[in-house]
Design a protein around this ligand. Structure first.
Ligand code: C5P
Length: 398
């Protein structure tokens, strides 16, 4: 049981924070609510006081709040600072170290982990200023529960609604009570396609949805691992408790994987990384004409093979690749296992109508130096669990 500081800021989702406070309590945590001036316009402080059984903090300068310099004493007492909903405003202030109220001062004063659940209009969420602030906070170790798609209070339908209260509670609980068979391990997962830009509007991509990699990342987090998920373009939300790094092309993915590889105990490359990219990205948009258009393509870096080479002579980190093939994927997987110097290849026949790209189910064969194991067609979440069972076994043998 831990004390959670629940920062509530001024979005319509503020009323859902009441349910988040209840959910945290049901998991055995104690909650102190801190409301911004904006939040008070949406929900009354008495609601939170009645639920949390604690005085709600609404003002840094309220009489009594400074007797023990409350934001400093609370800063050391809390196990987690959770902000839900988090507006563009509070995200911007956290990113830039502006401390003009209790919540923003608490952020600077605490060394507790920080989790934020952004909620705002789609255009605000996609604004460059907000994206940059989110990236700054991610790089600083702040975790996020991604907003969902749906009907927004402003009348729009799009991305930006506060994540479901249960998902926010699960992510918070996970950060407070890490447990499981992968506790203390760092698992780096890649997922989704890569987009290789041809010009300002066109790209070369592939049909990967990211579902398999996201399922593996979610399962590894459930097992207590610290999980960094490097994802190519995908519409999937970040799984609870996972650090999501979004990339676009194979080069960005290479850079992010290499940046985190040294800390990883296990790297699972589920991404469908492009093998070729245009030799040059045209500036602007290529004008069409009646003549055929020839595109010169060059190889992208093979991230997995680079990891295998860099590991020569050592057994850590454990390296797992995927092989999406048409026809007999196992024979090709065996060649890749050797050439890329990895510990397991998850072979996937993508020509099967009942498995593979963009489906919720998959049929794979796990190929290791010791043999192969064909798994029956199953939900990608179930396949993820078996892949992790087997990799945990390999990890124990390292
Ligand atoms: O050689 P092939 O593309 O079939 O190998 C697939 C495996 O290698 C996958 O795990 C994929 O994520 C990884 N890969 C990579 N970098 C590339 C291409 C594939 O890491 N450029």
């Amino acid at each position: 049981m831990a004390l959670v500081a629940l920062g509530v800021t001024g979005g319509i989702g503020a009323y859902k924070a009441v349910e988040i406070a209840r959910g945290l309590q049901k998991r055995g945590h104690d909650v102190v609510a801190i409301m911004s001036h904006g939040a008070l316009k949406f929900v009354g402080e008495v609601t939170f006081e009645a639920i949390t059984k604690r005085r709600v903090i609404t003002d840094q300068y309220a009489p009594g709040a400074n007797a023990d310099i409350e934001h400093i004493s609370l800063a050391t007492d809390i196990g987690l600072l959770l902000v839900a909903p988090a507006t563009a405003n509070v995200i911007g202030k956290f990113a830039h170290g502006i401390a003009d109220d209790f919540l923003t001062s608490l952020y600077l004063a605490t060394r507790a982990p920080v989790l934020m659940a952004p909620a705002m209009n789609t255009n605000m969420l996609e604004h460059d200023a907000v994206s940059r602030n989110l990236a700054t906070l991610t790089a600083r170790g702040v975790r996020f529960v991604d907003p969902g798609q749906g009907y927004l209070a402003c009348g729009w339908v799009g991305k930006g609604r506060l994540a479901e209260p249960d998902d926010v509670v699960e992510a918070a609980h996970h950060m407070l009570q890490p447990s499981g068979s992968l506790l203390g391990r760092m698992v780096l997962v890649t997922a989704g396609p890569t987009y290789e830009d041809i010009d300002a509007v066109r790209y070369i991509g592939n049909r990967s949805s990211g579902k398999m990699g996201y399922a593996i990342a979610a399962e590894a987090a459930r097992r207590g691992a610290r999980v960094v998920l490097v994802s190519g373009p995908s519409s999937l939300p970040a799984p609870p408790g996972v650090e999501l790094i979004r990339v676009r092309g194979a080069h960005n993915m290479h850079a992010e994987v290499m940046r985190h590889a040294a800390e990883a105990h296990m790297i699972i490359m589920a991404a469908a990384v492009a093998d070729y990219r245009p030799a040059a990205r045209a500036s602007g948009k290529i004008e069409k004409s009646d003549a055929p258009l020839e595109l010169a393509l060059v190889r992208t870096p093979d991230i997995l093979a680079d990891l295998g080479r860099a590991r020569t002579g050592r057994s850590s980190p454990l390296l797992i690749g995927f092989a999406a093939e048409v026809g007999d994927p196992v024979a090709r997987a065996r060649v890749k296992l050797r050439l890329k110097q990895v510990d397991m290849i998850v072979a996937n026949d993508v020509s099967r109508p009942d498995a593979g790209f963009d489906l919720d189910i998959n049929a794979v064969t796990l190929v290791t130096r010791d043999g192969e194991e064909a798994l029956p067609v199953a939900a990608k979440t179930a396949v993820a669990a078996v892949i992790l069972d087997r990799t945990e076994r390999l990890l124990a043998a390292v």
